[in-house]
Write a protein that binds this ligand. Structure first.
Ligand SMILES: Cc1ncc(COP(=O)(O)O)c(C=O)c1O
Length: 488
């Protein structure tokens, strides 16, 4: 008998394996499950759930595909490139292929308008920005230490920054009264509170452009953040994964530009996180970058990058692509134009229904304000509305509470992971729902009637864009999966 109870007391797996900091138990992911159970397809499942919770950039694949066709030597699996197969298959140096680090540095500089240069020797590889954010935490903080994170923030930061490292997030609460600006007062308040609670604050992490707001930080805010961390002698990590998604003025300002403007800043405190998942729409390639101005971090991070190197095949292909100046210039311009166009169509469609969004100039999403549709101005009210949107309107959008937003009624809606026709279907559904919700309560409410997809769809598509299942809904052939496995 004693034997049985000993077995029960024994913890078979580690604390990391059994805690729930991976975040996948959050109700937020019920929306993903609803999508997985019933994914929209224009002809096979026109009443299914449309995935608007996925921050993917699928608007410019054709540009990359054209480049690949024109540059067969860049792939090791073509007759033109196979002579490099042996060399590339063997390559495993954690410094990376020289042409890859040079190409990434070139791309990062072009994304920032050529106003800053990056040193290829400071580029560290990791498995996407997910791995890069964790890697930088391992270099800068110990279990129990904290990072300040302005809210609302990317939900998977809890997993990426905290789960395996044991560090904690302290939210810096921002609100709609000033368009969620990160103020010096809010930073001081969060910092002081942590001090009172005896928490060791090791740094501040900002996301520029912001996920979920779709806004860029202005020069003044960046300078104020840099002075703040410099005065406190703590680190500044800038997640710039959406840098090339800026489609409207004001233009993008990277923290790297600010460093050139401020004197007496301790560069050892500054670190940039980057990835090709959003700007090039290549989340499957798992190309993440840590760019640190701190020599020691570069050395230690390089060793740690052994746990998440980018495959040499991917490095080889991207090395050729990202050093092609003509391609990169054209891609950045066209991708930004397409994102701007999609943003405009979507936000104008919402405006027609009286729905406003936070004014934004970047990102793959909008921050939609549905406060007036809440039955009560609480997070319970937000969850009720969110359930209606998923179950009735059949749109998987993400509630503000999952981004640690302190005001109920905000929702993040992604607009770049689908084609034009699917956007129209989503807007039609929103129209029907808003019409029903704003009908005076004396008149009986009718359920939202989902208009069926036009069966002549193929004829209605423009001739330049062929009917293509993967463009319409790339994940609809997937079996149910853990949503956090995908970038969110
Ligand atoms: C702010 C932010 N950082 C990091 C990531 C992770 O990106 P990756 O796919 O490169 O791991 C995301 C993905 O959505 C993100 O929005």
């Amino acid at each position: 008998m004693g034997f049985t109870s000993e077995i029960h007391d024994y913890q078979l797996l580690s604390k990391i394996a059994t805690n729930d900091k991976h975040g996948e138990n959050s109700p937020y992911f019920d929306g993903w499950k609803a999508y997985d159970r019933d994914p929209f397809h224009p002809t096979k499942n026109p009443d299914g759930v449309i995935q608007m919770g996925l921050a993917e950039n699928q608007l410019s694949f054709d540009l990359i595909e054209d480049w690949i066709m024109e540059n067969p030597k860049a792939s090791i699996c073509t007759p033109e490139g196979v002579n490099q197969f042996k060399h590339i298959a063997n390559f495993q140096d954690y410094h990376g292929l020289p042409e890859f680090t040079k190409g990434v540095a070139n791309f990062m500089s072009k994304v920032r308008g050529g106003r800053v240069k990056f040193d290829p020797d400071r580029i560290l590889m990791s498995g996407g920005a997910t791995g890069a954010n964790e890697l930088i935490m391992f270099c800068l903080a110990d279990p129990g230490d904290a990072f300040l994170v302005p809210s609302p923030y990317y939900p998977a930061f809890v997993r990426d920054l905290c789960w395996r490292t044991g560090i904690q997030i302290i939210p810096v609460h921002c609100d709609s009264s000033n368009n969620f600006k990160i103020t010096r007062e809010a930073l001081e308040e969060a910092y002081q509170k942590a001090q009172e609670d005896n928490i060791n604050v090791k740094g501040l992490i900002i996301t520029n452009p912001s996920n979920p707001l779709g806004t860029t930080l202005d020069r003044e805010t960046l300078k104020s953040a840099v002075s703040f961390i410099n005065e406190k002698n703590i680190h500044l990590v800038c997640d710039e994964i959406y840098a090339a998604t800026v489609f409207n003025s004001p233009g993008y300002v990277s923290v790297s530009e600010i460093l050139q403007d401020i004197e007496s800043i301790n560069l050892d405190l500054i670190h940039v996180i980057y990835s090709l998942s959003k700007d090039m729409g290549l989340p499957g390639f798992r190309v993440g970058i840590v760019y640190s101005y701190n020599e020691e971090v570069v050395h230690c991070g390089r060793k740690m990058s052994s746990f998440g190197l980018v495959s040499s095949q991917t490095q080889h292909l991207l090395g050729a692509m990202l050093n092609d100046d003509e391609f990169v210039d054209g891609f950045l311009k066209e991708s930004s134009r397409r994102l701007g166009k999609r943003h405009s169509v979507f936000t104008k469609g919402l405006e027609k229904e009286g729905i406003s969004c936070l004014p934004s100039n970047a990102g793959l999403f909008v921050w939609m304000n549905l406060r007036k549709l809440l039955k009560e101005q609480t997070f319970e009210g937000e969850m009720m509305l969110w359930r209606d949107i998923i179950n009735e309107v059949k749109l998987n959008v993400s509630p503000g509470s999952s981004f640690d937003c302190k005001e109920p009624g905000w929702f993040r809606v992604c607009f770049a992971n689908m084609d034009d026709e699917t956007v129209e279907v989503a807007l039609r559904r929103i129209r029907a729902f808003v019409g029903k919700e704003t009908t005076p309560s004396s008149s009986p409410k009718k359920p939202v009637k989902l208009k069926r997809w036009n069966s002549n769809l193929r004829l209605s598509l423009s001739s330049s864009r062929r009917f293509d299942e993967t463009v319409l809904s790339p994940h609809n052939m997937m079996s149910p999966h853990s949503p956090l496995v995908q970038a969110t």
